[in-house]
Write a protein that binds this ligand. Structure first.
Ligand SMILES: NC(=O)c1ccc[n+]([C@@H]2O[C@H](COP(=O)([O-])OP(=O)(O)OC[C@H]3O[C@@H](n4cnc5c(N)ncnc54)[C@H](OP(=O)(O)O)[C@@H]3O)[C@@H](O)[C@H]2O)c1
Length: 289
């Protein structure tokens, strides 16, 4: 008889995310063991608890999910968890990182874009591109063949984001950081841009309607900020492939349905083997029905 599926939820916040737990239940996981305020020092014991209890053939029914609002701490847990698997004896379990929804949100945003525009010969501008979601969206767009501009209030931060993504994509990929300081500079940056993804902080508007509506090259805009004022003026939160001013637009809740579907599917796919490592790139490869 196959063993019950167990998702070990390692969360860096005091209270392990209710959201991630609900998704796990909806994904059909039998048992969720949720741990909060997890530090890197505690990961070894938690991973050993997961890998030493069932035989290698049954370990596909145990998996680890890493979440929490601090994405950098989540990434550290992800690295640490992988260090303590023992693959040479088959003692490993699948692991997924989705701290603050960063990977599933970025993938859902880029999937929305890719429904309408392919990377070949096209350029994308990621506003708020230095945050965890923006950096991942930019990475996935660059991997999809887009030229990518990361925008930030600081040139230093946008260049750092561009540099870190450049190390993860094909040599010769066109990835740049910019820091437009006023709407004229932003307008200049929009020339030759077909796609805008706005992944700025919640409640911050980064692009005015007069700017984007008059940009002839722009075809698709995605705003991930669901907290008013929204990230792109004139894009409504529920927009989902909606046509506005001759462009296709998505609002945060318009992308949200796809993000939820992807999150559930990613959790389910953890139990297809005991060796999945679901980061942004792996999550973006998951096929949805
Ligand atoms: N639908 C979902 O499930 C879901 C899940 C996760 C996130 N989100 C949304 O996706 C967006 C991105 O998330 P995130 O966690 O990556 O965001 P974040 O880290 O909070 O912010 C992203 C970037 O926004 C810029 N920013 C911050 N405050 C600003 C201000 N006052 N004015 C202008 N720019 C500012 C910062 O860049 P610089 O300092 O470099 O300029 C920052 O790196 C957020 O709106 C978030 O709410 C949605």
């Amino acid at each position: 008889m196959s063993k019950r599926t167990i998702l070990v939820q390692l969360d860096t916040d005091n209270h392990p995310s209710v959201f991630d737990r609900v998704v796990a239940v909806d994904a059909g996981v039998d048992e969720i063991f949720a741990y909060g305020n997890v530090s890197t020092e505690q990961v070894q014991a938690l991973v050993h608890g997961a890998i030493f209890t069932r035989g290698p053939a049954d370990l596909r029914n145990t998996a680890i999910f890493i979440g929490g609002s601090d994405v950098a701490r989540g990434e550290a847990l992800m690295g640490e968890a992988q260090k303590h698997m023992i693959p040479e004896f088959g003692l490993r379990v699948s692991v997924m990182l989705d701290a603050n929804g960063c990977n599933t949100t970025a993938s859902a945003a880029v999937r929305s874009v890719e429904k309408h525009v392919s990377g070949q010969g096209n350029r994308a501008l990621v506003l708020g591109g230095t945050g965890p979601v923006g950096q991942r969206a930019g990475l996935l767009l660059a991997r999809g063949g887009f030229e990518v501009l990361f925008a930030s209030r600081s040139k230093e931060r946008s260049e750092a984001a561009a540099n870190s993504v450049r190390t993860l994509v094909k040599e010769g990929s066109w990835v740049k950081g910019i820091a437009p300081t006023n709407s004229d500079e932003l307008k200049e940056s929009l020339a030759g841009v077909q796609v805008v993804v706005a992944s700025g902080a919640a409640g911050v508007c980064l692009l005015g309607q007069n700017l984007w509506s008059s940009c002839p090259d722009l075809r698709v805009l995605v705003d991930l900020n669901a907290v008013p004022p929204l990230g792109i003026e004139g894009v409504e939160v529920m927009d989902k492939g909606t046509e506005r001013h001759g462009k296709i637009v998505y609002g945060a809740l318009g992308v949200g349905g796809l993000k939820m579907k992807l999150h559930r599917k990613a959790v389910q796919s953890l139990f297809e083997s005991n060796k999945a490592v679901l980061d942004a790139v792996a999550i973006h490869k998951i096929e949805l029905a």
